[in-house]
Design a protein. Structure first.
Length: 274
């Protein structure tokens, strides 16, 4: 296998300023791809932990450039389809094409009320739809096929979480991503564009590793009489962001060239255990 299996490819990654998005952008760049990176880089009122900043996105840019690959980074809200299309087009204008999409951007307001429900559906489900819709005309127009990976969650396959509206919205949105994937996989198959989902258990990123989320997990555990960890089958509490990036890198590579319509758990066995 080539040391740069994605040489000549361009990947579009949302939520790229930190956490899984940064790890995915960096791994794809290490494998030879140029990167179009997008992040909101601002706060959403219903989200009770700090979201990424412009400085975070700048750090991603620096890390990708250190691999020797090119990167175009823009601030854009995945809830705003026009802004997302403009950001993607700026990247394509600079880098020349689009081969890979990683719809990674997401929030976890969990204990929030009605605003949390609305915002998590808008970001985690509508935002994924907007990301794919922005990419489709470019990828289909090129006629070279491609790969789209939608980042769902173990909560997209099983009914974990609490009864708070933000948590219910998170689980509903992540299940909805599976429906989008299955429909897009069929719709885009004639164009040799593959679409799959990845379903992580808890990952050590700022979305999970913050005071609010830790306290919320403890509350859910107390109410349901379950362990305070994520309940994985394997003896690991959380995964590293690089574990998810490795799965993304495989799915978008030629090694997975005939894999489409698949829900891939990267979950230390939590789905099977539950």
């Amino acid at each position: 296998m080539s040391a740069t299996p994605l040489a000549g490819k361009v990947a579009f990654v949302t939520g790229a300023a930190r956490g899984q998005g940064r790890a995915e952008a960096l791994r794809l760049a290490t494998d030879g791809a140029d990167i179009i990176a997008v992040d909101l880089c601002a706060q959403i009122d219903s989200v009770p932990y700090p979201l990424a900043t412009p400085e975070d996105l700048a750090a991603t840019v620096k890390l990708v450039e250190e691999t020797g690959r090119r990167i175009v980074a823009r601030h854009a809200d995945v809830r705003d389809e026009d802004a997302l299309r403009a950001a993607l087009q700026a990247g394509v204008d600079s880098l020349g094409r689009l081969d890979i999409v990683v719809a990674n951007a997401g929030i976890a307001p969990m204990q929030s009320g009605p605003d949390g429900w609305r915002d998590v559906i808008d970001v985690n489900l509508t935002g994924v739809h907007n990301t794919v819709e922005a990419a489709i005309p470019i990828m289909v127009g090129q006629g070279d096929g491609g790969s789209i990976v939608l980042i769902s969650s173990a909560a997209g396959l099983i009914g974990i979480g609490g009864g708070d509206r933000g948590s219910l919205g998170y689980t509903a949105a992540k299940h909805g991503v599976v429906g989008l994937m299955r429909a897009y996989a069929n719709h885009l198959a004639p164009h040799s564009i593959r679409v799959n989902t990845i379903h992580p258990t808890g990952v050590d990123t700022p979305m999970i590793n913050n005071e609010f989320t830790r306290s919320w997990l403890k509350k859910v555990a107390e109410e349901s009489d379950t362990p305070t960890d994520m309940g994985n089958a394997l003896p690991v509490q959380v995964l590293a962001a690089e574990d998810i990036a490795n799965a993304v890198a495989w799915l978008v590579s030629d090694q997975a060239r005939y894999i489409t319509g698949v829900t891939l758990p990267v979950d230390a066995g939590i789905v099977n255990k539950r």
